[in-house]
Design a protein around this ligand. Structure first.
Ligand SMILES: NC(=O)CC[C@H](N)C(=O)O
Length: 355
C-alpha cells in the first residue's frame, strides 16, 4: 500500500507501507548500523521514535528469538530503503514484515533514506507522520502537536523490583528502560543484580546494601527527570556508581553539569570513541539524542567522540563514580568496550577491600 512520511518542515517522502499499517507520528531519527535492527527496535531508549536505517538493505537475516533487548519493540515505526523479502540465517524464525505486523509496528520502505538522513543532518531531528492518506498542513500540525514523548522512562521501567542471583558483587540497578544485555553483562561477571523501578527512592536502593549502583539507559530528555536526579545525588555520594547513556547524563546533572539536545544524535553500532587515558579508539554502540555539555567541577572527561568531539565518558575526581555515553554492553555492535564493566567490578572489589 502507498504510504507517505510527512515531516514537520513540509517535506514528503513516498514509499510503501509494511508491518502494521496505521497512521503514526514520532520523532524521526536515523541509525547508521549495517545490522542490529532487531536489537535497536527493542531497545527501550528508542521508545516513541520513528527510526530510519541508513544501510540500504534491512532484514536479510530475519528475526530470531534471542536478540531482543526488552519484551518487544519500543519504536513506533521503522523506515528502510529496501526490505529483504527472503531472509536467511540459521537462527531466523520469521521475517521483518511478519514481526512488525505481529508486534504492531509500522514499516515504510522504498523511500530515499539517504535524502531523508541528509535532511535530518542539515535541519536537525524533527517530527513526522507516516500515513497512507496525505495530510493537509493543518492536519499534520495537529497530529504532530499531539505527539508527546516526555516522561517515557515511566512507561518502560520495570513495575516491580526483582533479583538476578549471582555469587559475586551485588549491583543495585535503577531501570530507566534497561537493555537486556546490560543485565547479561553483569551476569557474565557473576554479579548479583537487584533491579529497581525508576520510581524507587534512594532509601529503597540503599536498603539492599549493594556493593555498587548502576544507572541505566533510557528514553527522553534527562532534564525531564528532576525527581530521579534528586535520588542520584544521594546515590553517587554513598556508593560506587556507574551510569550508561541516560544514566551518564543523570550523573552529570546531579553533580552540577549541563546537557543539551544534539542536532541529530548518535545512533548506530559504528561510532568511534577515544579513551583519553589509554590514547586508544574503540568502536562503540550508541543511541542518544542528548549530550553532556558542561562537566561538573568534581568530574573529568575520560572519553570523547571522534566524530564530533562531544563528551562520551566522565569520572569523579575523588569518588568511585564513572559514566559513559556509549553502550559497552554492545547489542548491537562490537563488545570492544566491555572493559568498562570489568573496570567497574575492579573498583567494587577495591572499595570492598579497603572498607
Ligand atoms: N540510550 C540512552 O540511554 C539515551 C539517553 C537519552 N534518552 C538520549 O537520547 O540522549
Amino acid at each position: 500500500m502507498r504510504a507517505y512520511l510527512q515531516l514537520e518542515n513540509g517535506m514528503i517522502f513516498e514509499g510503501t507501507a509494511f508491518g502494521k499499517i496505521q497512521e503514526i507520528s514520532g520523532e524521526v531519527v536515523f541509525n547508521t548500523g549495517m545490522t542490529g535492527y532487531q536489537e535497536l527496535m527493542t531497545d527501550p531508549s528508542y521508545y516513541g521514535q520513528i527510526v530510519t536505517m541508513t544501510y540500504p538493505l534491512i532484514g536479510n537475516y530475519g528475526i530470531n528469538l534471542e536478540d531482543f533487548e526488552s519484551d518487544g519493540p519500543k519504536i513506533r515505526a521503522l523506515i528502510v530503503r529496501e526490505r529483504s523479502k527472503s531472509p536467511s540465517n540459521f537462527r531466523c524464525e520469521m521475517d521483518l514484515d511478519s514481526y512488525l505486523k505481529y508486534s504492531g509496528v509500522t514499516g515504510l520502505e522504498g523511500i530515499d533514506t539517504r535524502a531523508l538522513t541528509k535532511t535530518i543532518r542539515e535541519k536537525g531531528t524533527m517530527k513526522g507522520v507516516i500515513t497512507t492518506r496525505m495530510l493537509t498542513a493543518t492536519e499534520l500540525r495537529k497530529k504532530l502537536g499531539a505527539y508527546d514523548n516526555s516522561k517515557a522512562v515511566y512507561k518502560v521501567t520495570t513495575k516491580e523490583s526483582y533479583i538476578v542471583e549471582g555469587t559475586g558483587k551485588h549491583v543495585a540497578v535503577m531501570d530507566f528502560g534497561i537493555k537486556n544485555n546490560i543485565i547479561e553483562s553483569f551476569k557474565e561477571k557473576n554479579c548479583k543484580v537487584t533491579v529497581f523501578p525508576a520510581t524507587a527512592s534512594w532509601e529503597e536502593v540503599l536498603g539492599v546494601n549493594p556493593d555498587g549502583v548502576f544507572l541505566s539507559n533510557g528514553p527522553g530528555d534527562p532534564k525531564d527527570y528532576m525527581d530521579i536526579i534528586e535520588n542520584v545525588k544521594v546515590l553517587v555520594d554513598k556508593k560506587p556508581t556507574i551510569g550508561i547513556c541516560l544514566g551518564h547524563q543523570l550523573i552529570a546533572l546531579a553533580l552540577g553539569g549541563e546537557t543539551k539536545k544534539l542536532k541529530f544524535g548518535h545512533r548506530g553500532c559504528n561510532h568511534p570513541v577515544k579513551d583519553i587515558k589509554q590514547d586508544r579508539v574503540y568502536i562503540t554502540s550508541q543511541n542518544h539524542g542528548y549530550v553532556v555539555t558542561k562537566v561538573p567541577e568534581s568530574m573529568e572527561v575520560t572519553h570523547v567522540s571522534m566524530n564530533d568531539e562531544s563528551i562520551e565518558g566522565l569520572r569523579h575526581k575523588d569518588k568511585p563514580v564513572m559514566s559513559v555515553q556509549f553502550h559497552p554492553e554492545a547489542s548491537p555492535g562490537p563488545s570492544d568496550s566491555d572493559y568498562i564493566f570489568e573496570h567497574f567490578i575492579e573498583v567494587l572489589e577495591e572499595v570492598g577491600h579497603n572498607a
